[in-house]
Design a protein around this ligand. Structure first.
Ligand SMILES: [Zn+2]
Length: 222
């Protein structure tokens, strides 16, 4: 199963990526996680990526494409992969298609998680991150026992720049401008499946798996 997840920031891609990848026994590859690991390790790549991420902008294509090419050449992708956070632009989607065509391993399906903008702002602006352990709490969905304090280690909670309402709106604008055209690209390619990504997490996972299995069955029948 070679799969791409697309959807606005806050659509729950990271959460669904883990469950779906486990179900299909493929690695969940998040370019955001790769960038964050590089930022934490203060590599050159990390420093470069941080400048863009702090501003709510996308990391430039050539940087991201290089990272993905490198990651997809590792052995654990032999039976497939789930990409979360890439591609985000039409240029990246074309680069990915060419990369996979060269390898003889084209995508099987692209799953779109659909969610309202208001819901995205509600989900993301409630997030609070622990300065010590990095655990993410949520004022509404998963509040700490004591306001502003991490239950795990007593660390101070703060709102990441990414989760400030104005940055969220900026990210949604970037998504609409740069990423939404991907949906049309994949629809034309006959790869797109879309599901509603609102409601309980386990129900969204069930919808995602059902949609993906239906897509695979349809290809097998074709
Ligand atoms: Zn903590």
């Amino acid at each position: 199963m070679r799969l791409v997840l697309v959807g606005a920031p806050g659509a729950g891609k990271g959460t669904q990526a883990k469950f779906v990848a486990k179900h299909f026994s493929v690695p969940a590859i998040s370019t955001g996680d790769i960038f964050r690991a590089n930022i934490a390790a203060k590599t050159d790549l990390g420093r470069e990526a941080k400048r863009f991420m702090d501003a709510g902008d996308l990391v430039p294509d050539e940087v991201t494409i290089g990272i993905v090419r490198d990651r997809l050449s590792q052995d654990d992708t032999a039976n497939g992969f789930l990409l979360d956070g890439f591609p985000r632009t039409l240029a990246q989607a074309e680069a990915l298609r060419d990369m996979l065509d060269d390898l003889g391993t084209p995508l099987d399906v692209v799953l779109e998680l659909q969610v309202d903008d208001d819901e995205v702002v509600r989900r993301l602006s409630g997030r609070r991150t622990c300065r010590q352990c990095g655990h993410v709490w949520h004022l509404e969905f998963d509040p700490p026992k004591q306001e502003g304090v991490c239950d795990i280690d007593g660390g101070e909670l703060f709102q990441r720049d990414d989760d400030q309402p104005e940055t969220i709106r900026r990210r949604l604008e970037v998504y609409t401008d740069q990423t939404a055209p991907l949906v049309g690209f994949y629809e034309t390619a006959g790869l797109l499946r879309s599901i509603t990504a609102q409601g309980p997490v386990d129900e969204i996972t069930e919808r995602a798996i059902a949609a993906l299995e239906a897509a695979v069955d349809a290809r097998a029948d074709a």
